[in-house]
Design a protein around this ligand. Structure first.
Ligand code: BES
Ligand code: MN
Ligand code: MN
Length: 453
């Protein structure tokens, strides 16, 4: 039986298993779901075991467990280490979902559920690709799986796990499906990811909430103050004003920019899909550059004062904001965190106190396009899509990629099959069934070409 036939013949079962996994609300951020996160890990363990691994374990960490599995067919053959995450983002706001987030449904050939694309659906392609290779006697090299349950909350315990298990994790390349494809007509392989510094700023004015009529106009309002501070973080050209912020940014050469901008991208479609009339960003750069190779600063949440129903007149004591910065090579997350902290303190007016806290961060990454693994991935796409995949830069972050390079000396191949429009982290997250199916097929082809190289 051919790979294609096997995958097609088992499509319904593959999907119904994935649906069972998606029904487990493995929300890592919310302690209420701790038990479900573990259930999702156990589910994966069972499925890997049924697919034919030699060994599979649910490894304890200080947080959520890591699922590790391996199939060693011959120690002298190369080993691929598959990384992914089985945890998902919180589903809220729930009222914006058209169907419940943990009750997967198919609509227009897409699976709607939290985690459908990020990342359970994409991890499951690897489980089923492995099963396919086992059943058809096609597995040409060794495979290890490391699937974590804390990616969406900053992978706090993964670094320790990697450092403590270097022998166990010994491999020749890392393979990850947790990124996006340009489209099915224009396949792509991600070759760059941005890094991240995630900060929280709290501004305190008076020692208590005040009546905005009695005190308003005489005492600084921390929400007004924080808003002004945030507004000052970009100049009129959309550049970030933090001193030193751009010092280490690697500028692309003219030819690199040209090839990046050759990627198929329809600005009108983009605007239409988001219901916006204009895009906005750093002056002098295209949208693809702004999301792929330029650093950014965004407020992710802002609160303070009264936000309940109706009107309450209040001059609040405190205001807060969560601010993230996406980083590009060769910015360093800890350095940017420090520059941000220093700058916020410097611009805070004397009539408020300011507290700056750093949340998780991560380093940007670029992956090589001349490695045997990249070339194997490229050939796999050519075989399945009948087109050479375009190397592309994604705006999201997978901090583990830089960590793998640093700790294990390994390069990563980012073979993602999602679309930017799949609404990951948003209501109505979905994943195309076609994406899932061609994903399984492409992964199987990857092993074939990789083992030959
Ligand atoms: N899979 C995403 C990252 C991603 C999305 C890469 C789209 C490329 C394209 C991952 O699960 C994620 O959400 N990462 C976080 C960072 C993490 C440290 C919480 C992110 O990018 O916000
Ligand atoms: Mn992900
Ligand atoms: Mn995510």
């Amino acid at each position: 039986m051919t790979t294609q036939n096997f995958i097609a013949a088992n499509k319904d079962r593959f999907l119904s298993e994935l649906f069972d996994w998606l029904r487990i609300p493995s929300v890592s951020a919310d302690s209420q779901y701790k038990g479900d996160v573990r259930k999702a890990a156990e589910f994966l363990k069972t499925k890997l075991s049924e697919a034919g691994v030699d060994k599979v374990e649910v490894c304890e960490t200080k947080g959520h467990p890591i699922v590790y599995a391996e199939k060693i067919i011959n120690p002298s053959l190369p080993t691929v280490l598959v990384y992914g995450h089985y945890d998902v983002q919180p589903a809220d706001p729930l009222n914006l979902w058209d169907s419940p987030p943990f009750e997967p449904v198919i609509k227009d050939d897409k699976i709607y559920a939290r985690g459908a694309c990020d990342d359970k659906g994409q991890v499951y392609m690897h489980v089923k690709a492995f099963e396919t290779m086992m059943k058809l006697n096609l597995l040409p090299c060794n495979i290890k799986f490391m699937v974590e349950g804390e990616e969406e909350v900053g992978s706090d315990n993964l670094g320790t796990f990697v450092k403590e298990n270097k022998t166990k994790l010994k491999a020749d390349v890392i393979l990850i499906s947790d990124t996006a494809l340009i489209s099915l007509e224009h396949p792509s392989i991600t070759v760059g990811l941005r890094g991240l510094s995630y900060m929280e700023v709290e501004v305190t004015g008076p020692n208590r909430d005040l009546h905005s009529g009695v005190y308003g106009g005489a005492v600084a309002n921390p929400i007004n103050t924080l808003s002004n501070m945030i507004a000052s973080l970009h100049d009129e050209n959309g550049r970030i004003t933090i001193p030193g912020f751009y010092d280490k940014v690697a500028e692309l050469s003219a030819s690199e920019r040209e090839s990046l901008n050759k990627a198929p991208f329809d600005l009108n479609e983009y605007k239409k899909e988001l219901d916006i009339t204009e895009v906005k960003g750093e002056k002098g750069y295209t949208t693809l550059e702004r999301t792929g190779v330029r650093p950014t600063l965004d407020v992710n949440g802002i609160w303070g004062g009264y936000t309940g129903e109706g009107a309450k007149t209040v001059l609040p004591s405190k205001a807060s904001a969560k601010i993230s910065m996406r980083l590009v090579p060769n910015q360093v997350s800890s350095e940017i965190t420090e520059l941000f902290t220093k700058h916020i303190k410097a611009i805070a007016p004397p009539y408020v106190k300011v507290k700056v806290t750093a949340h998780h961060g991560g380093e940007p990454a670029v992956t090589p396009t001349n490695s045997p693994a990249y070339k194997a991935a490229s050939k796999a796409f050519e075989e399945v899509f009948e087109k050479t995949p375009i190397p592309s830069r994604d705006g999201g972050s997978i901090p583990i990629v830089a960590l793998f390079k640093k700790e294990l000396g390994l390069d990563t191949v980012l073979m993602g099959f999602g679309f930017d429009s799949d609404a990951i982290h948003s209501p109505n997250e979905h994943y195309g069934i076609k994406n899932f199916m061609v994903g399984v097929e492409t992964i199987v082809a990857f092993y074939k070409y990789y083992a030959k190289s």
